[in-house]
Design a binder for this molecule. Sequence first.
Ligand SMILES: [Zn+2]
Ligand SMILES: [Zn+2]
Length: 426
Amino acid sequence: MSAPKKGALTDTEKELLQVIAAGNVQEASRLLGCKDVRVNCLDEYGMTPLMHAAYKGKADMCKLLLQHGADVNCNEHEHGYTALMFAGLSGKTEITRMMLDAGAETDVVNSVGRTAAQMAAFVGQHDCVTVINNFFSRKRLDYYTKPQGLEKEPKLPPKLAGPLHKIIMTTNLNPVKMVMLIKENPLLLDVEALEKCHKVMELICEKCVKQQDMNEVLAMKMHYISCVLQKCGSFLKDQQDKLEGLIKSLLKGRDSDGFPVFQEKFLRECIRKFPYCDATLLQQLVRSIAPVEMGNDPTALSVLTQAITGQVGFMDAEFCTTCGEKGAEKRCSICKMVIYCNQDCQKLHWFTHKKVCKKLQEQRQKHESDSAKRLEKQAKELEEKKASEETSNAMEDLSIEQREVTSMSDTLIKTESAEPIPINAD
Ligand SMILES: [Zn+2]
Ligand SMILES: [Zn+2]
């Protein structure tokens, strides 16, 4: 069947586009049942109803259209935009993921040669870029759950595909979080299972490098996951502690400043072990990490995360010190310098954090008393200035400055009285 002609819309189809723009799912559902409505009809610019819904950021509408057989890879738009590109432009990660799950091609380019990920990056929708760059369909993994060629058994037991896919899809590359994901699934907590997963990941990595449109980003991610799986396997073999010991090693900070040396070394080693030395991405990563002294920025984790997910500045305040998850809010009540998702993450970190907590507390207190002194001094200077100034103009300026000082001291008091959270030391 040839593609519908551009702009040749029936009246009901025109109505459908209006209903989509308004976000009326119920009405859209009714119209899609009409005889003279084609779900893949094209408006004068070659846009399908799905493209409209994606661009407007209407998730429910996209879902409905996909259920009615909307073609996610329709490519009739006048500038070569696809539904995935519109999803990326909308900034809605849910819709972006929906398009990918529906089979959207990620490497199609528009009329100026940009992929969906590049377009999303261009307009600053970095969360969507992350979703696209880290997408690996379950179908591609399931290939390994069927015996190929002369194989009697598949490379990956089917029951492992689900848990492994969950790890592949994570965008938090913190090794502690990855080990946690492995630890929480009994199917993966097995030396043989880990060995199989590790080997499949190396195969996928190789495929990403050798395929026609080489995907270095995905290859590096697959290699990194394979390294973590391998490490878990060897830890599980040596010590029957269900990976407790590995998590502790990854978190253990050095005495001087709490910097997790083992974690940094492990990550650097993973990157260096990438088997395709010619890869531009590898050379780029090594160049950024090699000159950095242990404990300075950037860390190997931040460099790797930025390369793979496009996330910048993820070491900021809202990320859990233990597992790197976003949106952490629980602060250590003593030093107030580290932040965690919850008490579990805090407990895991305490064995090493307790060695530097007091030092951090002193640093913070010194910093706060210094700024308090500075404020006091400023206030005094203002007082003196006030006394000496005579013109009413100057008086006016002064009162503004004073208001600023007062509001600054208010902030300071508020920070200090932040609610403490209890610590359960081990
Ligand atoms: Zn956490
Ligand atoms: Zn602390």
